[in-house]
Ligand binder design. Structure first.
Ligand SMILES: *[C@@H]1O[C@H](CO)[C@@H](O)[C@H](O)[C@H]1NC(C)=O
Ligand SMILES: *[C@@H]1O[C@H](CO)[C@@H](O)[C@H](O)[C@H]1NC(C)=O
Ligand SMILES: *[C@@H]1O[C@H](CO)[C@@H](O)[C@H](O)[C@H]1NC(C)=O
Length: 418
C-alpha cells in the first residue's frame, strides 16, 4: 500500500502470451554457439535501434487496426518474447521471426542476437536502480510433452526464462495457474491475462514487464483539476489534469513536424518523452515515427523553463491479438502448419495459434502524504511576456525509455485518457 504513496508514480505492465497448438510440421534444431568471437557481438545501442525500428513498424500496424484508439504496448516486451520464441525455431520460421524483428542476419548472426537480448535483460534487471523494472518470460508446456533439456538450458541461460509443466487437459486449472503466475510477477497489475484456453493448447509463452518509477519533479495532487481534453475538433471529455509551474526540463519544438517534445525524467535510469502534435499534425508525426526521428528528438532536447505544463492523469489498459498483425511484418510461418519449432520439443508438432498482448499504463502524481512533505511549489504571480505553456489536452504520444539501454519500454498514443 505504501508503495503508491509517492508523487509522480507511473506503473505499467504488459504481457504477450503465445499459445501453441499441435500440428504436423518439419524442422531441425538451432545452435547457439559459445562465447567466442565477441568482436561481432551486437552492442546494446545497436540492439536498441533495431528494436526501435521494430517498435515503430509494429506501432503503424496497430494503428491501422485500431484507428483513433488509444495504443499502449511494450515494444521491448514483444521483441523479447519473439526472440525467446525464435530460440526454439529453425529454418525459414526462424529467419522470418528475426527478420520481422528487423535484424539483418548477414550483419548479426543468430547467436549474437540471443546474447544481445540476454545482456539487455541483465542491464534492465540491475538491482539498486531507483526505477523498478521487473521483466521475465515463462513457458507453460503440456505435461505430456517433453521439453528438450538443451532448450531449457538455453532458455535459462539467455532469457532467464522458466519452463513449467501444466495439465492443459484441465484448461480451467491451467488458465488459473498461468494467470496467477503473471499476476504474482506483476504485483497484481495484470490479473486475467488469458480468458480462455482450448483443449488443443500445448504451450503458452508469457512475457511480462512491470515498471514503476517516480517522477524526478513531482506533481502536486492539489493542483490536479478536472479539465477538458479535446478528442477532436468537436468533442471533448473531462479528465483529471495534473499541472506544474516553472518546470525546467528538456524541451524541443520540432518545426518540421509541428510538435512539441517534452522529456520528464524519473528518479533513476528512465525517462518519458511526451510528444504533442499541433492540431492537425497528428498524422504527419505518426507517419514520421522511426528510429531517426527519435534520435533527432533526443539530440535536440535542451533544458527549458516551461511556465505551465498540463498532463492528464490516466490509466489505460489495452489488449492485442498479435497473430493477426505480426504476419504484416513478415512473421507468418510460425502461425502456419509449416511452422518449425522443433528446437523446443524435438518434434515438429507445434505452431503458434495465438499471441495475446496486454498492457496497462498509469500516469499519476500519486499520494498526498508526499505532497504535504514537498512544498517546493511557490506561486509567482509574474507578468511573463511570452509564457511557455505546454498542455497535453489533445491526443499525444508517450515514449517511455530505459536510459541505460535506450530500450523502448512502452510506446503509447493517448487519444482519450478517460
Ligand atoms: C571480448 O572478450 C575478451 C575476453 O573474453 C574480453 O576481455 C573483452 O572485454 C570482450 N570484448 C567485448 C567487446 O565484449
Ligand atoms: C544486410 O546486410 C548486408 C551487409 O551489410 C547488406 O548487403 C544487405 O543489403 C542487408 N540486407 C538488408 C535486407 O538490408
Ligand atoms: C542507473 O543504473 C546503474 C546500473 O546500470 C546504477 O548503478 C545506478 O545506480 C542507476 N542510477 C540511478 C540514479 O538509479
Amino acid at each position: 500500500m505504501t508503495l503508491f504513496v509517492t508523487l509522480g508514480l507511473l506503473t505499467a505492465g504488459i504481457f504477450p502470451a503465445v499459445l501453441c497448438q499441435q500440428d504436423g510440421t518439419l524442422g531441425s534444431n538451432t545452435e547457439v554457439q559459445g562465447d567466442q568471437n565477441n568482436g561481432t557481438q551486437v552492442d546494446s545501442l545497436t540492439l536498441a535501434t533495431i528494436n526501435t525500428d521494430f517498435a515503430f513498424s509494429l506501432y503503424k500496424e496497430l494503428v491501422l487496426k485500431n484507428p483513433d484508439k488509444n495504443i499502449v504496448f511494450s515494444p521491448f516486451s514483444i521483441s523479447f518474447a519473439l526472440a525467446f520464441l525464435s530460440l526454439g525455431a529453425s529454418s525459414n520460421t526462424l529467419e522470418e521471426i528475426l527478420e520481422g524483428l528487423k535484424f539483418n542476419l548477414t550483419e548479426t548472426p543468430e547467436a549474437d542476437i540471443h546474447r544481445g537480448f540476454g545482456h539487455l535483460l541483465h542491464m534492465l534487471s540491475q538491482p539498486g536502480d531507483q526505477v523498478q523494472i521487473s521483466t521475465g518470460s515463462a513457458m507453460f508446456v503440456e505435461k505430456n510433452l517433453q521439453i528438450l533439456a538443451e532448450f531449457k538450458e538455453k532458455a535459462k541461460a539467455l532469457y532467464q526464462a522458466e519452463a513449467i509443466t501444466v495439465n492443459f487437459q484441465q484448461p480451467h486449472e491451467a488458465k488459473n495457474l498461468i494467470n496467477d503466475y503473471v499476476s504474482k510477477h506483476t504485483q497484481g497489475k495484470i490479473k486475467d491475462l488469458i480468458s480462455d484456453l482450448d483443449d488443443q493448447t500445448l504451450m503458452v509463452l508469457v512475457n511480462y514487464i512491470y515498471f514503476k518509477g517516480k517522477w524526478d519533479t513531482l506533481f502536486d495532487p492539489q493542483d490536479t483539476v478536472k479539465s477538458e481534453f479535446h478528442l477532436n475538433k468537436k468533442r471533448t471529455v473531462k479528465v483529471p489534469m495534473m499541472s506544474i509551474e516553472d518546470l525546467t526540463t528538456p524541451y524541443f519544438w520540432d518545426e518540421e513536424l509541428s510538435c512539441s517534445v517534452v522529456e520528464l525524467k524519473y528518479t533513476g535510469n528512465a525517462s518519458a518523452l511526451f510528444i504533442l502534435p499541433d492540431e492537425g499534425s497528428m498524422q504527419k508525426v505518426e507517419a514520421s515515427l522511426q528510429p531517426e526521428t527519435l534520435r533527432r528528438w533526443k539530440d535536440s532536447l535542451e533544458p527549458r523553463m516551461i511556465d505551465e505544463l498540463y498532463l492528464p492523469k490516466f490509466s489505460i489498459s489495452t489488449d492485442y491479438s498479435l497473430e493477426g498483425i505480426l504476419p504484416q511484418l513478415g512473421i507468418r510461418e510460425v502461425f502456419s502448419t509449416q511452422a518449425d519449432l522443433s528446437g523446443i520439443t524435438g518434434a515438429k508438432d507445434l505452431r503458434v495459434s495465438q499471441v495475446v498482448h496486454k498492457a496497462v499504463l498509469e500516469v499519476a502524481e500519486a499520494g498526498t502524504e508526499a505532497a504535504a512533505a514537498t512544498g517546493f511549489k511557490f506561486v509567482l504571480l509574474s507578468q511573463k511576456v511570452n509564457p511557455l505553456i505546454v498542455s497535453f489536452s489533445r491526443p499525444f504520444f508517450m515514449i517511455l525509455l530505459d536510459t541505460n539501454t535506450q530500450s523502448l519500454l512502452f510506446l503509447a498514443k493517448i487519444t482519450n485518457p478517460k
